[in-house]
Design a protein around this ligand. Structure first.
Ligand code: SER
Length: 320
């Protein structure tokens, strides 16, 4: 049985991935690492919990040794818009932190999962059907940290044989933990506005297409890649994965079909708009499909039904 450490377990992906890993590998075998934000009761009460900071090597080493960790999911990062406000912190967590994780993985023989992003592309990348292997000259600090993470992960596999694997996630839509400071956050926030009966103010222009994915598919992708037959993996660290692509008008109309009272106005955030324009409209994820069987289950329509149901139930119980 694997012994897993999740670095960044209270974040947008970590909060749900940690619970899913506990279901699959057993609660005692999955350590939830958190830094500042207090973990939810569910996370704290369902298995081991440790304060871990990717930039603190002695502490990271101590936790890896204490639990005989053999697999690290390194989810610690600042999202794209907040990384533009704090580029130094974004580099420190995203690059120095990942370097520390890889070094510890080399020393203790751990496998490593790294989430890269659509942010690893930039203005000179072909933005339609963005190929798996293409130009990557991101114009954001977030993107710089993600490309560096992809390259470092490849290097540690080739040079030291560390079993590194990773995905280029699109915007992830979930009904548990809100994202914070990302360019794709609007696609989550619009659901909350719909359920609460509030007018939604969209920070991106109509016609701004981005890849997106529902959280259950994002979790499956991470688990399936980490379980994939290594002999079939040609790319390893930066698989394009997508489930849908839409712009603000499309998601607005899809929700409005179900919530006719929803209204939307635009108030463009120049930072987020500037970032979104340099990211793919839709990625080609055929390498992931061919090499480890990527096959997302949630379309925009099915995701919308599920989001409205789950968030609607929480709102009805007074939990939002
Ligand atoms: N969701 C991320 C962001 O918008 C993209 O990986 O920053």
């Amino acid at each position: 049985m694997k012994k897993i450490l999740v670095v960044g377990s209270v974040g947008q992906i970590g909060s749900e991935l940690t619970m899913r890993l506990r279901e699959v590998y057993g609660s005692d075998n999955v350590v939830a690492g958190f830094r500042k934000t207090q973990p939810s009761e569910e996370l704290a009460n369902s298995g081991p919990l440790e304060r871990v900071d990717a930039t603190d090597v002695p502490r990271l080493t101590e936790v890896v040794k204490k639990y005989n960790i053999d697999t690290i999911f390194n989810l610690a990062a600042l999202l794209s818009a907040v990384a533009e406000e704090k580029p130094q912190a974004a580099w420190n967590v995203g690059v120095n932190g990942h370097y520390n994780v890889l070094e510890i993985a080399r020393e203790f023989g751990c496998a490593v999962f790294f989430p890269s992003s659509i942010g690893a592309f930039g203005p000179t990348t072909p933005l339609d059907d963005t190929p798996q292997d293409t130009i990557q000259r991101p114009a954001t600090m977030y993107g710089v940290t993600k490309v560096t993470g992809e390259l470092l992960s490849d290097y540690y596999f080739k040079r030291f044989g560390v079993d590194t694997r990773g995905l280029r996630y699109p915007g992830i839509i979930s009904n548990v933990t809100l994202p914070g400071g990302g360019t794709t956050d609007y696609a989550v926030e619009i659901f909350y506005a719909a359920v609460k009966g509030e007018k939604f103010t969209c920070p991106l222009k109509a016609g701004t297409f981005l890849d997106m994915m529902y959280m259950p598919d994002a979790l499956d992708a991470a688990l399936d890649l980490m379980e994939a037959d290594p002999s079939k993996l040609k790319h390893r660290n930066a698989f394009n994965v997508s489930a849908m692509s839409f712009d603000p008008e499309i998601i607005f109309n899809t929700i409005k079909k179900r919530v006719p009272t929803l209204e939307m106005e635009y108030d463009i955030d120049p930072v987020r708009q500037g970032i979104a324009e340099t990211w793919p409209n839709n990625m080609d994820d055929s390498a992931a499909r061919e090499e480890w069987g990527w096959d997302p289950k949630f379309t925009l329509e099915v995701m919308t039904d599920d989001m409205l149901k789950v968030i609607g139930e929480k709102y009805a119980k007074g939990l939002l």
